[in-house]
Design a protein around this ligand. Structure first.
Ligand SMILES: Nc1nc2c(c(=O)[nH]1)N[C@H]1C(S)=C(S)[C@@H](COP(=O)(O)O)O[C@H]1N2
Ligand SMILES: [Mo]
Length: 314
């Protein structure tokens, strides 16, 4: 652990988005506080303004890979609550209302309850972390997320010794999420992590990307990002956190257990039953590239799985 390095991204590899480039420049100068005024202040919602005033500091992670174009990050999505096509979420997610928003915490912890998201965010330092996201379907992106470690939030609820797993649940409201009127998945969307995965410093809750509050289609107002696992583990629009003793039944695992395991660690050596996981297409690239074990994060997470047969626990 603690082998993180500060982000140093060569300027020529930075996405052309001009505002963002300016922000990166400030970051390289080490004056992260200058980020704050660059966050969007246009939203009339007071809560969003509070969020905007928080500054994002560079998080403990570096990548020298170019970031995926912001347009692709926000217009090529998986969010079945708004349709199964990649362009559907950007088109349909305007019906989602990310404020007011509350998160219910239950199960094996000393501080269960229903919390206003803005109270949970108050005073929290937001970090920017440039993480790869690799979808099980074989495409990937590099995204500058803004968020904070999931562990920081979970500790606040004082999980007990019986908390072996964390289960996360997406909003269920077919009025806001019209895709839930179709039975393409069992709703609401549920995901889970083993406690040590949830507490791992690489695991974050994101509230923004590319210097902006999360667009609805990317999982506003709060979504998980677990960079060493396939994208489907990174559950969006979270309304509930349960500390549980048994491995939770997760949405994709329930709907197709042979295709989507609970662990879902990115692994080029374990094929999906219908396709190989050897390679991936980085959105924006012409050629496919080799997929890396644990999506390239093995240095930090391989230890978590030393006792696990990754072929059986895929
Ligand atoms: N609630 C919910 N979360 C979800 C999904 C979904 O359909 N519903 N899709 C998952 C999948 S398969 C992927 S690849 C990522 C995509 O995240 P992005 O659209 O921000 O790139 O979100 C994940 N989180
Ligand atoms: Mo995915």
């Amino acid at each position: 652990m603690a082998k993180f390095r500060l982000p140093t991204i060569p300027s020529e590899q930075i996405t052309p988005e001009s505002i963002y480039q300016q922000r990166r420049h400030f970051m390289r100068l080490g004056t992260a506080a200058l980020l704050a005024p660059m966050l969007p202040l246009g939203n009339a919602n007071a809560a969003t303004q509070d969020l905007a005033r928080l500054s994002a500091v560079p998080g403990p992670f570096k990548t020298d890979e170019p970031m995926t174009d912001r347009e692709a990050v926000t217009h090529y999505n998986n969010f079945y609550e708004f349709g199964t096509g990649k362009a559907d979420p950007a088109r349909n997610a305007h019906t989602l209302e990310p404020r007011p928003w509350s998160v219910t915490v239950a199960g094996a912890c000393a501080k269960p309850g229903t919390y206003e998201l803005d109270d949970l965010l108050k005073g929290r330092t937001l970090e920017e972390r440039v993480y790869r996201l690799r979808c099980v379907e074989g495409w990937s992106m590099v995204i500058p997320w803004i968020g904070f470690p999931l562990s920081d939030l979970l500790r606040r609820f004082e999980p007990t010794g019986n908390a072996k797993f964390v289960m996360l649940t997406t909003l269920y409201d077919p009025k806001q999420m019209p895709g839930q009127r179709r039975n393409v998945l069992p709703w609401p969307y549920v995901e889970g992590l083993r406690m040590d995965e949830a507490m791992h410093p690489l695991t974050i809750l994101a509230v923004g990307l590319y210097g902006h509050v999360l667009p609805n289609q990317n999982g506003a107002p709060l979504r998980l990002v677990v960079p060493w696992k396939y994208g489907f583990k990174s559950i969006k629009s979270i309304v509930r956190i349960d500390f549980v003793e048994k491995q939770p039944a997760t949405t994709w695992n329930q709907s197709a257990p042979r295709e989507y395991g609970f662990y879902a660690n990115v692994n080029p050596n374990v094929d999906h039953p219908r396709w190989s996981q050897r390679r991936e297409r980085r959105i924006g690239d012409l050629f496919r590239r080799e997929t890396l074990l644990f999506n390239g994060y093995g240095e930090w997470v391989a230890d978590l799985y030393s006792d696990l047969d990754l072929k059986r626990n895929f």
